[in-house]
Design a protein around this ligand. Structure first.
Ligand code: SF4
Length: 173
């Protein structure tokens, strides 16, 4: 019998009905705490990710667009794609209200992505230089962990700092 310390979970509960899903999530949480396991969760289920994870990395068209501590990313997303994803996720409380952000256009083929910022054709407020340049990967203080250092190529959006100040975007978010 092996006792792994690191487990990769690819969509661990996406095909399960709600009651089984909750049981599996609780089991994973229990094992995580009891055995000191580290999980890497690949999922479109943001609620499940938040329940199990401490850090979040958001990808768009094959590229990281935002990383950070889960709570920070959930409460203050910096990238417009993260904002749109979170607007479609189940709220933490049934009474919580959230304005849904509907993105136009289609997800591009990652083999032939758009030039510059890969999200620019769908960005609700594209910045001026986005068609030719990609953000440089600056990170906020919440990304100062060793893992985030490894993920340093992520496109970061320090709202009002990265996009507007660095690239001289007109208008405000
Ligand atoms: S870099 Fe510009 S176009 Fe791309 S997501 Fe950010 S604001 Fe939108």
């Amino acid at each position: 019998m092996t006792y792994p310390k690191f487990i990769i979970l690819d969509e661990p509960v996406s095909a399960l009905d709600v009651s089984i899903r909750a049981q599996i999530l609780n089991l994973l949480k229990h094992l995580q705490e009891k055995l000191g396991l580290a999980y890497m969760i690949i999922s479109h289920d943001l609620a499940a990710a938040r329940y199990l994870a401490t850090r979040l990395a958001v990808m768009y068209a094959g590229k990281l667009v935002e990383t950070g501590a889960c709570d920070g990313v959930y409460t203050e997303p910096l990238h417009p794609y993260t904002e749109a994803l979170l607007s479609a996720a189940l709220p933490l409380h049934p009474s919580a209200r959230r304005q849904r952000i509907i993105l136009s256009g289609e997800v591009p083929n990652p083999v032939t992505p758009p030039s510059g910022c890969r999200f620019h054709p769908r960005c609700p407020e594209p910045c001026r230089a986005a068609q030719t340049r990609s953000p440089s990967g600056a990170r906020s203080s919440r990304d100062a962990s060793p893992l985030a250092t490894l993920l340093a190529e992520s496109d970061r959006h320090a709202r009002g700092v990265t996009s507007a100040a660095r690239w001289g975007r007109s208008g405000s978010r």
